[in-house]
Design a protein around this ligand. Structure first.
Ligand code: GLN
Length: 188
């Protein structure tokens, strides 16, 4: 099994490190030919308009959408969550439109650009989950098939829709393997 990590911009190396700790091989995706043979895709945090522009430039939208419709599991974190959304409040920026979620970008406001907190994520077990939020989005609305997996102050910050998972925070930065393991065990 080999998991592709979109490596156009952002925190892709950190995801690869966590995958290695999970004992899973990974590969960096920059060109559409590199998508061949991957078992899942991770879209990292970074800056979603930049990631979208580069995905257009490198002609990655069409093959990723096609593969996702054919069963490819996708995990999006932070900017990656934005890329998965159907609706980005107030923005027409490019996105994959794979999950029936609406998102608000940079949603926690300037005062709290970045913060860390302990989340209760029941599907990951009783132990609190340390989450790092960096200019993070949150999910403002979900369709009927979307499972809400965690909230922070009533705001949805982790959700799953079948093989697709979206986190508003950065699970690759804390060394806690539980979220990646959950994705691998339940979405693949
Ligand atoms: N604020 C970024 C965006 O809107 C996301 C931040 C992140 O990925 N850490 O794309």
């Amino acid at each position: 099994m080999r998991i592709g990590v979109l490596a156009l911009q952002g925190a892709f190396r950190e995801h690869q490190k966590i995958l290695a700790e999970c004992g899973v091989e990974s590969t960096q995706i920059r060109k559409n030919t590199q998508l061949d043979g991957i078992s899942a895709l991770i879209i990292p945090g970074g800056e979603s308009t930049t990631i979208g522009k580069l995905m257009n430039e490198f002609e990655l939208f069409e093959p990723i959408i096609k593969m996702s419709e054919d069963g490819l599991p996708v995990l999006g974190t932070c900017a990656g969550l934005i890329m998965l959304a159907k609706e980005i409040n107030g923005s027409q920026q490019a996105r994959l439109n794979l999950m029936d979620i609406s998102v608000e970008r940079n949603a926690f406001g300037r005062q709290v650009d970045s913060f860390e907190t302990d989340l209760d994520i029941p599907v990951l077990g009783a132990q609190p989950y340390r989450a790092v939020f960096i200019r993070a989005p949150y999910i403002t609305g979900v369709g009927g098939n979307v499972q809400v997996l965690a909230k922070y102050e009533e705001k949805i910050v982790l959700a799953r829709q079948g093989r697709f998972m979206a986190a508003a925070f950065h699970p690759e930065l804390t060394g806690d393997l539980r979220l990646h393991r959950y994705f691998i065990e339940n979405c693949l």
